[in-house]
Design a protein around this ligand. Structure first.
Ligand code: 5GP
Ligand code: ZN
Length: 133
């Protein structure tokens, strides 16, 4: 897609710090990392978000996440790894080319990604469960 920065990076038109590449994906270091090793998995084919991503690429993306995530965590000696993916502005998406964040985590690293747990109400439960009936 024209004027999509991640299309250009994924396809090598714009140079990037590439950690991994195969025929479908490129994994790069994030320029604004939440933590050391914060990386992005980019499909070479444009999809704006998870809903536009073809099934075969969606399945492969998680395998890439596991492979690269494990190397990052083991190699950096991190204690954990967040695998994160935002869809839509309201959910924090700022670049509208599907990507998965890999964020190596250390105990007490102060990286904020939490939420305050609410309470599951009967009304919400019914409304959401009805979507799947
Ligand atoms: P989002 O908020 O859409 O889930 O994540 C976009 C991510 O892309 C951010 O973490 C941001 O730092 C990163 N980013 C934006 N532009 C560039 C770029 O040109 N190169 C790299 N490597 N990362 C980028
Ligand atoms: Zn794109």
């Amino acid at each position: 897609m024209e004027n999509c920065i991640f299309c250009k990076i994924a396809n090598g038109e714009i140079p990037s710090a590439t950690l991994y590449e195969d025929e479908d994906f490129r994994v790069i270091l994030d320029l604004g990392p939440a933590a050391k090793g914060h990386s992005l998995i980019l499909p070479k084919r444009h999809a704006a978000n998870l809903y536009e991503l073809p099934d075969d690429l969606a399945a492969k993306a998680l395998i890439v996440a596991r492979k690269v995530g494990q190397t990052l965590q083991m190699g950096l000696g991190s204690d954990g790894l967040n695998v994160l993916q935002n869809n839509g502005e309201a959910a924090g998406q700022t670049v509208f080319h599907f990507h998965i964040h890999l964020i190596p985590r250390c105990t007490k690293d102060g990286v904020g990604m939490g939420w305050k747990p609410g309470t599951l109400t009967e009304e919400d439960k019914e409304e959401v469960m009805a979507l799947f009936r």
